[in-house]
Design a protein around this ligand. Structure first.
Ligand code: MRU
Length: 354
């Protein structure tokens, strides 16, 4: 069984409300761009690829209902701009917006009204199909690459946050690698960090692991270094919110310390991401806008306070992502070689340089 974060058929979009997982499975209808924006902002849907897909599909649904009237180009431009502002660090939505706007402007030279709407909708629907296919390739390349270092053994993976079916159109990126290893019968165990403060690891990755039957162990974030030392971890595999031109990568906060600990223990550290997470317009990770979320997400769980109340230091919000890795792109199946032509199927390998 593969979990579905996004249910789409022409004119209808539903998203699994991930804020209610693992206790309740509730699909919510997305009818408008504003519904898509709110679902992304509130993290009912999350994960860099899923954010872009739901954002664009919310536009497709509204376009199918005739939105934009006589000025679909203006409506599309305004909607994409709004959707991109919902969560700034993950680049996938911004990148999809740029590409879709370019496509819209080109198409609008020959088409207008319903014809234009139809082409844009089709273009968005293709994104959905592409994401699942890309993820399968990432999973397979990643699995092959990791197994090439241990030809006969089963492997033990440590992962962070949630990068599975729930974070993408399906299959997953880093968790897609885990999925492929499991399918090949070569996954001994995956260790998932709980991923405080929002607990995507505990709430979502553990949920996926149970649903899919992966041999998995949930650990607290603070157990990661010890787990690396004691549990014979073959590799750490994480996803990415954005990979920029010099290879700097932003991902869920906590990724940096995992990379440092992996380096300390001599464990290979991989970032598994599709090209839609790459942003070659930025030179360095220092240029990435890092999302800051409300303090309440840190100081309470499901509305129940878990920190001492007060206005002092703890009440200052937290960063959801951190930029600190430098990645070396590894082509499909290649070994540590930069192979730009294979970037669309990127499987990237991160090393810390400082
Ligand atoms: O804050 P989230 O839950 O959207 O964060 C998700 C991650 O950090 C993922 O690693 C990243 O977006 C890639 S998802 C395939």
């Amino acid at each position: 069984m593969t979990l579905e974060a996004i249910r789409y058929r022409a004119g209808s979009l539903q998203i699994l409300n991930q804020l209610l997982l693992p206790h309740e499975t509730v699909y919510e209808e997305i009818r408008l761009v504003q519904d898509g924006y709110e679902a992304i902002k509130s993290m009912k849907v999350r994960g860099a690829p899923a954010i872009a897909i739901v954002g664009c599909l919310s536009l497709a649904v509204e376009l199918r209902a005739g939105a934009g009237g006589e000025d679909p180009v203006g409506f599309i431009r305004e909607s994409l701009c709004h959707l991109t502002s919902a969560r700034p660090t993950a680049v996938n939505m911004g990148r999809a917006a740029r590409e879709l706007m370019e496509f819209t402007e080109n198409e609008s030279m020959e088409k207008s009204g319903d014809q234009l709407r139809e082409s844009v909708i089709r273009c968005i629907e293709e994104m959905l199909e592409r994401d699942v296919n890309d993820n399968k390739k990432i999973g397979n390349y990643g699995a092959q690459h990791i197994l090439s270092g241990v030809p006969r053994d089963s492997v033990t993976i440590l992962t962070h946050c949630n990068t599975g079916s729930l974070a993408t159109a399906g299959y997953g990126t880093a968790l897609g690698v885990v999925r492929s290893l499991h399918t090949l019968g070569r996954l001994k165990r995956v260790y998932c960090t709980e991923t405080r403060p929002y607990n995507q690891g505990a709430r979502l990755t553990a949920y996926e692991a149970v649903a899919e039957g992966f041999p998995a162990t949930l650990i607290t974030d603070s157990m990661a270094s010890l787990t690396m030392r004691e549990k014979n971890i073959t590799a750490v595999v994480v996803g990415a919110d954005r990979v920029v031109a010099n290879g700097d990568t932003a991902n869920k906060v906590g990724t940096y310390q995992l990379a440092i600990a992996a380096k300390h223990h001599g464990i290979p550290f991989y970032v598994a991401a599709p090209s839609t997470s790459c942003d070659l317009s930025l030179e360095s990770g220092r240029d990435i806008v890092i999302e800051e979320r409300p303090a309440e997400e840190l100081t309470s769980i499901n509305g129940v306070p878990v920190a001492a109340p007060g206005e002092s230091s703890i009440n200052s919000g937290y960063y959801l992502s951190a930029v600190n890795l430098v990645v070396v792109v590894v082509g499909g199946g290649g070994g540590g070689v930069v192979m730009p032509s294979l970037i669309p199927l990127t499987f990237t390998c991160a090393v810390i340089t400082n």
